[in-house]
Design a protein. Structure first.
Length: 94
């Protein structure tokens, strides 16, 4: 497993899922919830999409906040990590 060691001795994973996007757990939550909401396509109702859209926006905002917190916590190691793993949640999009 490839990692970047921080000044505090922590490790930032740069291989596997974490080598593709910085928050693969958020991506998994978003995909799972949109898949479940996709069932509503057959009902022509919009109500099931509101919570899923809200969750997506909340997780995107949370990823942005995490980025700011990690930048402060890990310093230059975080900058190096961001150069290697450019996408926060969606590869090549965000």
């Amino acid at each position: 497993m490839e990692t970047i060691v921080t000044p505090r001795g922590n490790k930032l994973i740069t291989s596997g899922l974490w080598g593709q996007v910085r928050h693969p757990n958020y991506l998994g939550d978003i995909i799972m919830n949109w898949s479940i909401a996709g069932i509503a396509l057959f009902t022509h109702e919009m109500i099931p999409y509101y919570p899923v859209l809200s969750l997506t926006l909340v997780l995107m905002h949370r990823a942005y906040r995490d980025h700011a917190r990690c930048k402060t916590r890990y310093g230059s190691a975080w900058k190096q990590y961001c150069l290697q793993v450019r996408s926060m949640i969606f590869k090549r999009i965000y």
